[in-house]
Design a protein around this ligand. Structure first.
Ligand SMILES: [Zn+2]
Length: 154
């Protein structure tokens, strides 16, 4: 994999890669509620409805709230690396914001290795690439589990 290619988010606006990976959400400056994906118009707290929303980077750590496995390739617009490999899908409650954010678990960590309540951290993997760019996606990684090699991955 070339070191000279530019790393870019596969879905612009949902997360940033610099200086380190972080989900980009928003925070209501009137009631303190956090939102992800970013809310830009009006606070979704029905008792607030403020329009004072600021973009912010969310916690990179959280606890595993729930998870499932995805043994079949999801339909478009989902983009999956080929050949398709089963993966785990995690719902992680962010430490600071208490928001639950869905995301794939890193390659090589299947549901058998996951336990509700375990510490998770945000990371990235390459989705695909062209001549000049690596398109990145965010993933959840258990803090205490090493991914198993799937052969050739990474
Ligand atoms: Zn609010």
């Amino acid at each position: 994999m070339s070191e000279t290619k530019t790393r870019v988010p596969a879905v612009p606006g949902l997360f940033t890669l610099e200086p380190q990976v972080a989900l980009v959400g928003s925070r209501c400056s009137d009631c303190g509620s956090y939102f992800f994906p970013r809310e830009q118009v009006v606070c979704r707290n029905p008792r607030c409805r403020s329009s004072h929303l600021e973009a912010c980077e969310l916690s990179r750590e959280g606890k595993l709230w729930s998870f499932t496995s995805s043994a079949y390739k999801p339909p478009p617009p989902f983009v999956a690396p080929e050949p398709f490999e089963p993966f785990a899908l995690a719902a992680v409650e962010l430490d600071r914001e208490k928001l639950v954010v869905l995301g794939q678990v890193v390659r090589g960590v299947l549901p058998e290795a996951l336990r509700v309540g375990m510490a998770m951290q945000l990371t990235t993997e390459v989705l695909d690439e062209d001549d000049s760019e690596l398109r990145m996606v965010w993933k959840w990684a258990p803090v205490s589990v090493q991914p198993q090699s799937l052969g050739g991955a990474q």
